[in-house]
Design a protein around this ligand. Structure first.
Ligand SMILES: [Fe+2]
Length: 188
């Protein structure tokens, strides 16, 4: 059994930066959305999203391999840890499971959707796939987000690109409301 409270406490041991914390929460949100869509274990998928960058702040040079060690030590299942290892192309780890493929597909996209939300007056409300796609084509917008990874992620997951964006928008929008109740937010 994977506990969300335990996973969140573990993350806080390693992550102090607000931006990395928000990124972790956004990827968690997207993983919840996909776990529900694919009828997978929501707790496991959520924790995998939440913890995938656990090493990034303290051990950037060793990312994500240090994270693999940390998460193995913490007792997370092998499939989970392999997905974390595979979310970085640098490890040359084949993404064979749905969990691996989904983590890779949502990592950059979740951040990109948040970047889109941040520049909108109405934030999540009314955000359209079309507008996200338009911003993806604008090279000056959210430059740090790698468009090739977003494309490759959707291809590997074998999902329609527009549907994929919609799934992530829906997941983040829903999760933001829940997080607000806990005094957290993906954007504030
Ligand atoms: Fe990430």
């Amino acid at each position: 059994m994977i506990s969300r409270d335990k996973a969140f406490e573990e993350l806080k041991q390693y992550v102090q930066s607000d931006s990395l914390m928000k990124h972790s929460l956004a990827v968690e949100a997207a993983m919840i959305g996909y776990a529900e869509k694919f009828d997978e274990n929501v707790e496991k998928w959520a924790a995998c999203g939440l913890l995938h960058d656990i090493d990034f702040e303290k051990y950037p040079e060793e990312h994500p391999l240090k994270g693999v060690d940390i998460l193995t030590e913490l007792g997370y299942p092998e499939e989970f840890v392999i997905a974390v290892k595979g979310h970085s192309d640098e490890t040359n780890t084949p993404r064979e499971t749905l969990l691996s493929k989904t983590l890779y597909a949502v990592d950059e996209l979740a951040s990109f959707v948040v970047a889109c939300v941040l520049v909108r007056p109405n934030k999540f409300e009314g955000l359209k796939v079309k507008s996200v796609k338009k911003k993806l084509k604008s090279s000056g917008f959210a430059k740090a987000v790698d468009r090739d990874i977003i494309k490759r992620g959707a291809e590997e997951l074998e999902v329609d690109f527009s549907e994929h964006i919609q799934t992530v928008i829906n997941a983040l929008t829903k999760r933001e409301k829940e997080l607000k109740e806990e005094g957290l937010s993906l954007i504030e």
